[in-house]
Design a binder for this molecule. Sequence first.
Ligand SMILES: C[S@@+](CC[C@H](N)C(=O)[O-])C[C@H]1O[C@@H](n2cnc3c(N)ncnc32)[C@H](O)[C@@H]1O
Length: 312
Amino acid sequence: MDKLEHLAYGMVDSQFRLNCKNMVAINPENLSLRLNVRTLGRVFEHRKELAGYYMANQEACQSLVDYMTEQTTRIIYGLNQFVNLTRQDSRALKVLYWKLVRATIDALDSVRFFETFKENLSNIVVRHSSLLRHFLLAIHDSDLISSGNSHPIVCMEYSPALQLQLLGVNVSNLREPILDIGCGTNGQLVRQLRAWGYDAHGVDRSVIDHPHLIQSDWSDFPWIHEAWGTIVSHMAFSNHFNHHHLRTNGQPGVYAKTFMDILKALKRGGSFYYAPGLPFIEELLPGDKYRIIRVRDEMQKGFYSSQVVRLE
Ligand SMILES: C[S@@+](CC[C@H](N)C(=O)[O-])C[C@H]1O[C@@H](n2cnc3c(N)ncnc32)[C@H](O)[C@@H]1O
């Protein structure tokens, strides 16, 4: 990374570090971000070069905007895993970060004294804070992170052994290729299966950079007919489907469509293993096309996982 970009990302990271705690204890109604002055000295020293570089380089600005949008999206999802930013929400968040980048470039370009620079940036952060507060109150799922729902509903990643056990998967019966839906940021099960020699892939809205992990929302994923031998999803797709089924303003129809797309993406004889089970839709599946096998967990009463087999 170029020295100037290094400086810019360092400033962004220091802002996120300082304000992350603030965001985690989020109460959108009184969100108030602060300026981290620790890295400002070096930024001030190189302000003219930085402003010149970013003014002349739209692509570098776009990368910075994408980076901040991703960081904020991750923080929002960390508040409550059932929040989903719509395309419109994500676009609005990007616009907000473009405003921040432009205002910061202007501030870099126009000041001569450190104190003025600090004051200008503080004002920019206050303004950004207010825009972010409005954004959080306006998103489609804002009710899930409002003060009445402020306890975090976190999203865990589980060990491959626990996932396979709860899903009732016998590894030697797995058909390939294998797809893990909502595989978790690190795709631990995918990596374990690949280490055992299986052709496994993962999809999740948040993934690390890895050749076999795809970043996508499951409802946008290209569900190609008869592409997968096995599909698994532990505490991910069906957990969210259940949530939308029970929630007053949920989108169960979108989930039902994706569920059917997933089943059609199985090769004949292939299986979709998921936990928790989905009783309300499983009972509607035609028996001549699909067989359902349920695995109950002795320890957790009422909890079961399902295997839907697409018949030959
Ligand atoms: C509780 S975690 C489970 C992760 C993994 N399956 C495991 O058991 O370790 C749920 C996962 O679903 C992902 N997820 C939630 N909504 C999603 C969506 N709309 N599209 C794709 N992935 C989503 C989250 O990013 C998260 O990684």
